[in-house]
Design a protein around this ligand. Structure first.
Ligand SMILES: *Cc1c(COP(=O)(O)O)cnc(C)c1O
Length: 386
């Protein structure tokens, strides 16, 4: 089975991890700050906090922005559940904004309409989480302008988008957001096995997130309520968690980062080849915004079902039977049973649901060969033309 995504681990990666295993520190050593610096420098953000997953990064990002009970977080329904769950962790209410049918990202016009109504009802969100689906950046300038007008904070869920660019600048520079989050799960663009990172240009938010990822404990005398009792002393000044990344993970992250640009370039080669070779088939290939450079975590096609003598599910199953590890990103979050218990209903976000009824993620990973890609295309041809 050709998987839809997979990691690339080189001898450099293995050596880096083995070196850490033989070193003094398996956690809380020098590698985590080195990895943080390497990502912050690459994307152009002032502060980076490595944590044990993007889910944890989203959680502490929400808390640092003061999200709590009685507040609202809005995101897109077409995302992994973590983009929404972070609001619930904080006791906030979660709601969704339907997608743009061309980019599949949260639609800025739909956001504006929903904000106008929310303002009339006194129900404005405190935090909005745009997700750069497949790596393609959202219309951040428009979202930022709305954030200024309506006073909400913005967390970019860039789990799919490290190495991508918006308006010529790397995603993660937080130019149009308060905090940006990356994921380093093995299916994503670079990996630390499990792992995530929160980036920001705001020193206060960075400090808050640093506390929250490690129990709310500080060793900085300047932050303590009174003078240290002695050299052993630390203080817990907030309620935090253990969301720390290990040194092994960070070492892997550092060597993976060295190949990031190469990885994204390879993904673009594969995407252009898919675009060319799928032309003429009854499928919609992903639209790419001319002003942006996608991280291309995923390559999602939509089936033109009126021209294919099969249902979406039949086509999906036929591809799997032919050894193509297709997948579906994502089941709209508002249709999940947990969210339906909160009164969301099927039909609430029609563009998201239409997308779900047609979308298929084709294999896309940096080590994919052209032979493998040809196999995917041949299988697709057979399935959609039969
Ligand atoms: C993968 C993913 C996450 C969660 O990442 P983890 O590192 O696995 O916690 C969150 N949001 C999106 C959009 C993702 O794709």
């Amino acid at each position: 089975m050709i998987p839809y995504g997979r990691q690339d681990i080189t001898q450099d990666d293995i050596d880096a991890v083995v070196d850490v295993l033989k070193s003094d520190y398996l956690t809380q050593g020098p590698m985590v700050p080195r990895f943080e610096q390497s990502v912050a420098q690459h994307v152009g953000a002032s502060h980076a906090l490595a944590v044990n997953s993007a889910t944890s990064a989203l959680h502490i990002a929400c808390l640092a922005l003061g999200l709590g009970a009685g507040d609202r977080l809005w995101t897109t329904p077409v995302t992994f559940v973590a983009s929404a769950n972070c609001g619930l962790y904080c006791g906030a209410e979660v709601d969704f904004v339907d997608i743009d049918p061309r980019t599949y990202n949260l639609c800025p016009q739909a956001l504006e309409r929903k904000l106008e109504q929310a303002e009339r009802e006194g129900k404005l969100p405190k935090v909005v989480v745009p997700v750069h689906l497949c790596g393609q950046p959202c219309d951040m300038q428009a979202i930022h302008a709305l954030a200024q007008r309506y006073g909400f904070k913005v967390i970019e869920d860039a789990s799919h988008a490290i190495g991508g660019k918006y308006q010529g600048e790397f995603i993660g520079n937080c130019h149009y957001s308060d905090i940006t989050v990356f994921s380093f799960h093995p299916v994503k663009i670079i990996t630390t096995a499990e792992g995530g990172m929160a980036l920001t240009n705001d020193a206060e938010l960075a400090n808050k997130m640093a506390l929250l990822r490690s129990h709310g404990i500080t060793r900085d005398p300047a932050q303590m309520t009174h003078e240290a009792d002695g050299p052993w002393y630390y203080q817990q000044i907030d309620l935090g968690f253990n969301y720390r990344m290990t040194e092994l993970q960070a070492a892997l992250g550092v060597t993976q980062m060295e190949r990031l640009d190469q990885y994204v370039a390879r993904r673009h080669q594969l995407a252009r080849r898919y675009d060319d070779l799928l032309a003429g088939l009854p499928v919609t290939t992903p639209w790419q915004h001319p002003d942006s450079y996608s991280g291309l975590h995923l390559y999602v096609i939509r089936l033109q079902l009126d021209q294919i003598g099969k249902t979406h599910r039949q086509a999906f199953e036929a591809l799997r039977a032919l050894g193509i590890g297709v997948n579906l990103h994502y089941i709209p979050v508002h249709t999940q049973p947990y969210y339906q218990r909160m009164s969301f209903q099927t039909g609430d976000f029609p563009e998201a649901e239409r997308y779900y009824a047609e979308a298929i993620s084709l294999p896309m990973f940096q080590t994919m060969s052209e032979e493998q890609q040809d196999q995917v295309i041949a299988a697709l041809r057979e399935v959609v033309q039969a």
